[in-house]
Design a protein around this ligand. Structure first.
Ligand code: FAD
Ligand code: NAD
Length: 401
């Protein structure tokens, strides 16, 4: 009488929280549970703009998985998923394979390039600890190199952030705070440095509250950020960004933040998907596959009030993990009645670097220091849900005001 096997792919917000909920519910007594992740650590994707700019050390955004998950109760495998053979109930890893009775896919997202030429080859992305460590090092290297040259190359000190969605704006916010420090450190005048935020839509943060967008743009402009709005990027070449209006910006640093698509494993495994995201059933299972749950950025759910997909967020991934864990527990107990997922969107708060942020929580608009404090409380709340007060004290943002 063997126990059913539950395999969880990805230890991001969705996967970690599902594993943690199953552990708390003692589900390992009724099932063999395995968590698979590329790295032996869990990182907080929502903090990555900070280590990318160098305003926070990357170790603050990550934690060893076995410090949070009891690996005597949930087996952990450090490996990369390459494909899911859903009809054979198998997962192919780089170094092996696993079979499952129930699968949870929480592999997160990848940068959306919209097929724009040169992006993959010449742009950086804010995606993982590895990718942001590279951005930080690269930016410093540009500063270090500038004074080395007899003839000054301005493209070394020109930074282009493609896309002024939340990721782009949060990164520009951090970088605009970091630049004066770098200028000081490398003896460079602030006016030498150019930081562009390039956005295709008629406004930064399209769809967000106009007053808050204006506040953010004014603040960032006061720190020297130059916005190019209504200006799609059409191509990236080595050392140059080509804009749709014909302008070219020479830059050695292009950070690509024009949105995300679901992990490529989804399409490779033959799931029907829109931009790599599977439109899941109300109980978070993949259509036609009752043994596969998909959560987080790989899942697509529709906001029925406006008949459009919810933007993929950590907020939703975490909430989905609760529903997913409850449904797995029900299945283990032999029940067929599944809980339906209903997102409870509390709001959106975006940091702008330093002690500045903007946000909308319910109908309330938040600016400046109070928004920044709320943002840190949100970050700490997640750590609390995952690992209680000890994790908050170890990794949390304690300097709230
Ligand atoms: P992730 O948390 O990204 O985790 C995916 C995991 O899968 C990672 O650990 C990865 O290493 C692993 N993985 C990937 N591929 C493989 C593979 N092939 N094999 C094995 N493991 C693999 N959302 C908010 O709600 N609020 C915010 O303030 C916010 N801020 C953000 C700021 C930034 C800079 C960014 C980039 C995003 C932000 N988001 C925010 C969005 C949020 O980060 C994502 O929606 C969320 O991380 C999705 O969770 P997930 O569990 O699906 O994936
Ligand atoms: P996004 O889709 O929200 O924004 C991408 C932006 O890039 C859009 O404004 C788009 O018009 C622009 N764009 C697209 N193509 C372009 C081009 N060729 N040239 C110039 N601009 C172009 O994506 P994101 O900012 O990467 O965020 C991904 C997800 O993570 C979203 O769901 C977002 O809500 C979430 N997120 C949330 C927060 C927060 O709540 N604080 C922070 C970061 C990300």
């Amino acid at each position: 009488n063997r126990k059913p096997k539950i395999v969880i792919l990805g230890a991001g917000y969705g996967g970690m929280m599902t594993a943690s909920r199953l552990q708390k519910a003692n589900a390992y007594q009724d099932a063999d549970i395995t968590l698979v992740n590329k790295h032996n650590y869990h990182y907080q994707t929502t903090w990555l703009h900070e280590p990318a700019a160098g305003t926070l050390h990357h170790d603050r955004t990550r934690m060893k998985i076995d410090r949070v998950i009891d690996t005597n109760k949930i087996q952990f495998i450090k490996d990369s998923v390459t494909e899911i053979k859903k009809d054979e109930k198998k997962v192919i890893l780089e170094k092996g394979e696993l079979d499952y009775d129930y699968l949870v896919i929480g592999l997160g997202s990848e940068p959306e390039t919209f097929g724009i030429p040169g992006v993959k080859e010449h742009a950086f992305s804010i995606r993982s600890v590895n990718s942001v460590r590279l951005i930080r090092e690269h930016i410093e290297y540009m500063f270090a190199n500038y004074n080395k040259q007899e003839e000054k190359h301005d493209d070394l000190l020109t930074f282009v952030v493609a896309g002024a969605g939340f990721t782009g704006i949060e990164f520009v916010g951090e970088l605009s705070e970091r630049i004066p420090e770098l200028c000081e450190e490398y003896d460079i005048a602030r006016e030498k440095v150019k930081l562009y935020s390039v956005e295709a839509a008629p406004t930064a943060l399209p769809g967000f509250d106009e007053e808050l967008v204006e506040y953010a743009m004014n603040l960032l402009e006061s720190r020297g950020v130059e916005f190019k709005i209504n200006t799609p990027i059409k191509e990236v070449q080595d050392g140059v960004v080509l804009l749709a209006d014909g302008e070219e910006i020479k830059s050695q640093t292009i950070v690509w933040t024009t949105g995300v698509r679901g992990n490529s494993v989804i399409e490779k495994s033959g799931f029907e998907a829109m931009r790599g995201r599977v439109k899941v059933e109300k109980d978070l299972r993949a259509p036609g596959y009752d043994d596969v749950f998909i959560i987080g950025d790989c899942a697509l759910i529709i906001n029925e009030e406006i008949n459009r997909p919810y933007p993929p967020t950590a907020q939703i991934a975490i909430q989905q993990a609760y529903t997913c864990a409850n449904n797995l527990k029900a299945l283990l107990a032999g029940k067929t009645d599944m809980e339906e997922f209903k997102p409870d969107i509390k709001g959106t708060v975006a940091s702008l670097g330093g002690k500045e942020a903007i946000g909308k929580v319910g109908d309330r608009k938040l600016y400046g220091n109070s928004a920044s404090a709320v943002k840190k409380i949100i970050d700490n709340r997640y750590l609390f849900l995952l690992g209680g007060m000890p994790l908050v004290l170890k990794k949390g943002k304690l300097n709230i005001f």
